[in-house]
Design a protein around this ligand. Structure first.
Ligand SMILES: Cc1cc2nc3c(=O)[nH]c(=O)nc-3n(C[C@H](O)[C@H](O)[C@H](O)COP(=O)(O)OP(=O)(O)OC[C@H]3O[C@@H](n4cnc5c(N)ncnc54)[C@H](O)[C@@H]3O)c2cc1C
Length: 394
């Protein structure tokens, strides 16, 4: 008997789930809100860990293709002081395959392969327990019914309300991203500063991280502690910000679409840092504001037959290199369990057992990443260095 299965969201979680089901010859409907695979920039590079993301790709039969595409040299990590002194310069061994980097677009295309994704199908609501199964409502007014609906629709999941009333909350740390193109040709000094992988500079309550993607593209993340409305209502937080050593140079509100205004505000915020480091901001192109939200550590729910969640929809965490890895492994594990469940009762038992397993592992990582964010964006930059020394082999 074939269960009617839908996965909502074509990110790392949803595509891995669908790809592993496909490998088991089980039909699956993939419903994605974006109108096309390249409808928006895919985002920065991802490092896939041997025991998480790589294991998931192995379950999908895609490990060799990932190895051919990924960048082991991208594992290199350099830490600088705010005056530009190199404090750590870690290089992977040539045969190190623990966490090679891959561009998100490359990973998406690898997972898409033969999958028949339905693009432009934004889900608005999921209603479990109807006579014919789980009812899915779409933004265009259509509706469809399935035996199992898997919510892999990210941080602001529209599936999550069917199982849990919890919503993400702001961590107190925000992030402004920018990028540099053709760095080796256009900015050779910055290319040398960044090296083959990532470079991070930690100051009091703020950090700048630059990360190489393929083709000379570099993503830069400026992270700092700030109230959620630091840019729209700076006057209100002036005293608070100054006490925390944060001066955004703002008296009035900041239009985040005004590239030069955002650049000067960031340069004011990172004032006093070494000129070569600040060049990352001086040469950055557009700026994207992404406040960091999380779900509570150990987010669980009372099991609801016919609906479950994967990835960020289930356990949104600070972006410290593990979210996509967990999302993919969960997708692969759930797909294997579902493919091995012959009848309707077996399907529900398989999902229930999967959820228990996911909650334990995700809860552990949520704790680690929450503590990690506290230490990486903290009043004492030595904390960030200590985190690096704890996780990086000598
Ligand atoms: C700056 C940054 C760097 C990161 N670096 C790393 C890293 O190095 N390693 C790592 O493991 N993780 C990293 N992460 C975390 C990682 O990006 C996420 O954990 C991961 O993308 C989660 O995958 P997902 O499939 O659960 O959700 P998403 O990637 O958010 O995908 C959700 C998909 O669902 C679609 N969707 C949303 N709503 C609907 C709807 N209503 N109907 C239909 N479709 C919908 C979206 O369009 C999207 O395609 C990083 C995150 C950030 C922000």
């Amino acid at each position: 008997m074939r269960h009617r299965i839908a996965v909502i969201g074509g990110g790392p979680a949803g595509l891995t789930f669908a790809r592993v089901l496909h490998r088991h010859d089980h039909p699956v409907t993939v419903l994605e809100r974006d109108p096309a695979p390249d409808a928006r920039p895919p985002g920065g590079t991802l490092d896939l860990h041997e025991k998480l993301g790589q294991l998931a790709l192995d379950k999908a039969g895609l490990l060799a293709e990932y190895q051919a595409l990924s960048r082991p040299e991208g594992q290199a990590m350099r830490i600088l002081d705010t005056d530009g002194t190199v404090l750590r310069d870690w290089q992977p061994r040539p045969d190190d395959r623990a966490n090679p980097e891959i561009d998100r677009g490359q990973l998406r295309d690898l997972l898409l392969g033969p999958l028949n994704v339905q693009w432009g199908r934004g889900v608005t609501e999921v209603v479990p327990g109807t006579r014919d199964g789980v009812l899915v409502h779409f933004a265009d007014g259509r509706q469809e019914t399935f035996d199992l609906v898997v919510g892999a629709d990210g941080a602001w999941s529209r599936v999550r309300p069917a199982v849990s009333s919890v919503t993400p909350h702001y961590t107190g740390v925000t992030s402004v991203e920018t990028s540099l193109d053709d760095v080796d040709i256009r900015h050779p000094d910055l290319a040398r500063l960044i090296g083959d992988g990532s470079m991070a500079v930690y100051g009091a309550n703020r950090s700048l991280v630059a990360q190489r993607n393929s083709g000379g593209h570099v993503k830069v993340y400026a992270r700092f502690r700030a109230p959620l409305d630091w840019h729209t209502n700076p006057g209100r937080h002036m005293g608070l910000n100054r006490r925390a050593g944060m001066d955004t140079g703002l008296d009035a509100g900041l239009d985040m679409a005004d590239v030069e205004a955002v650049r000067s505000s960031l340069l004011a915020l990172f004032d006093g840092w070494a000129a070569p480091v600040l060049d990352l901001l001086r040469h950055g192109t557009a700026f994207v504001h992404r406040p960091l939200y999380v779900l509570p550590v150990s987010h669980t729910w009372a099991h609801v037959p016919g609906v479950t969640l994967l990835g960020d929809a289930a356990h949104l965490m600070p972006p410290l290199g593990v979210g996509a890895n967990l999302a993919m492994l969960e997708g692969a594990e759930l797909a294997e369990s579902v493919a091995a469940a012959p009848g309707p009762g077996d399907l529900d038992e398989a999902v229930r057992a999967f959820e228990e397993q996911m909650w334990v592992r995700a809860g552990r990582w949520a704790e680690i990443t929450a503590a990690g964010l506290e230490r990486l964006v903290s009043p004492d930059p030595a904390e960030a260095l200590a985190v690096f020394d704890e996780v990086q082999p000598a």
